[in-house]
Design a protein around this ligand. Sequence first.
Ligand code: ADP
Ligand code: MG
Length: 233
Amino acid sequence: MKVFTIRNLCKTYHTGEVDVHALRDVSLDVDSGEFIVLLGPSGSGKSTLLNIIGGLDVPSSGQVLFGDQDLSAASESALTAYRRRHVGFVFQFYNLIPSLTVRENVALVTDIVSDPMPVDEAVDRVGLTPRRDHFPAQLSGGEQQRVAIARAIVKRPAVLLCDEPTGALDYETGKLVLDVIERINVELATTAIVITHNAAIAGMADRVVRLGDGRILGIENNAHKLRPAELSW
Ligand code: ADP
Ligand code: MG
């Protein structure tokens, strides 16, 4: 089943005298449950594409369908409702609330939906049960990012959008964070679209989409997708 249908997407930012063409005629279909990686140099349009898919930004022209809902024609309130219900975001910086524990940071968003995952299950899925009553300052960077992932999945979103989730982490820590995202993709069938430069991602993705200068330069299918690593915390 298709979850996103993206057709002829263009995004132009008007800044002063110059127009920046962040996306130029991008078309892509995403199947439900797929794990997609977006690669490309800085400025190639990766974040712009992810933000439009996640309803944080709107295209200048072209279409994005979520199932049969046309996000590109949605009202602001419909877009907000879509984002709150269906999208889990993970960014490079964790944006945790320092005065709340791991469980409390995750619990904070459970009111958004009518059928959240139990908080302890979300915490367990990212391997933080032993740390669940700790505060963010007591956690490593990788652990903090795993809290952010728990917070993103506790809503049971259809899609998990990750913009450089390993950008502030060393390679090995970043790989563990990607392993967690991969497990969630496989075990919960959550569609995942991930921007990362961590080479460990290569074996995890179903497809790698390469962007350059606002265009899709190529899409590689991963014929030898690896099963998730055994994680021992
Ligand atoms: P990437 O994530 O691949 O680094 P981005 O999608 O962030 O690329 O940016 C693509 C292009 O659009 C870049 O040239 C960037 O400077 C420009 N851009 C992104 N966001 C804005 C904005 N809000 N206003 C103006 N230009 C922007
Ligand atoms: Mg970016």
